[in-house]
Write a protein that binds this ligand. Structure first.
Ligand code: ADP
Length: 189
């Protein structure tokens, strides 16, 4: 099973990614977590990506691929993966389809967590108290704008490939999880 999660920041990709990975016994690969890990460990790559993350801007593709590729190679050899935060642009999606392991970074279904900016904003500003440096108000606005500009076009890309499954992400977490699992299992059957 190879899944991609799409949705505005705050739509629940990280939370659902973890729950779904446990449910299907697959790896949860979060590009944001991988990048933040590099920052926290003060690696050269971490030093390079820090300002992009802090400002709510996209990290350049080469750097993103360098952290995601290793994790995906491992996950692809195992039972599969759930990608959270990657691909994030059309260029990343096209390159992912074309690049390694055997037939590219394959995708069986794309789960779109549909949530308004208004609800996303209130969830993210609640999370700021938990200490993520990119959850301040102006950076939240920038991340939402970047999402609409750069990531939203992926909905059309994956819809055309008949992979997109839209889920109402307003519901409580367990209900969203159940809806996703039902949608994935129905399309896999
Ligand atoms: P969210 O979806 O809540 O914005 P993420 O953890 O997915 O949070 O991403 C946090 C930040 O990490 C992004 O704002 C961006 O700077 C960087 N990032 C993560 N994934 C990618 C990616 N695929 N391409 C470019 N930048 C990325």
């Amino acid at each position: 099973m190879r899944l991609v999660l799409l949705g505005v920041p705050g739509s629940g990709k990280g939370t659902q990614g973890e729950v779904l990975a446990a449910h299907y016994g697959i790896r949860h690969v979060s590009s944001g977590d991988l990048l933040r890990h590099e920052v926290a460990a003060h690696t050269p790559l971490g030093e390079e990506v820090k300002s992009f993350i802090d400002d709510g801007e996209l990290v350049p593709d080469e750097l993103v691929f360098s952290v995601v590729a290793g994790a995906l190679d491992d996950a692809a050899r195992a039972q599969g993966y759930i990608l959270d935060g990657f691909p994030r642009t059309l260029a990343q999606a096209q390159r992912a389809r074309a690049s390694a392991p055997p037939a590219g970074i394959a995708v069986d279904a794309v789960v779109y967590l549909d949530l308004s900016d208004k609800v996303a904003r209130s969830r993210l500003s609640g999370r700021a108290a938990e200490g993520r440096v990119d959850d301040g108000d102006s950076v939240i606005e920038r991340r939402l704008a970047v999402y609409h500009h750069a990531t939203q076009p992926l909905l059309g890309f994956y819809r055309a490939l008949r992979l997109l499954r839209a889920i109402d992400a307003n519901a409580p977490i367990p209900q969203v999880t159940a809806t996703i699992i039902a949608a994935i299992d129905a399309s896999a059957a």
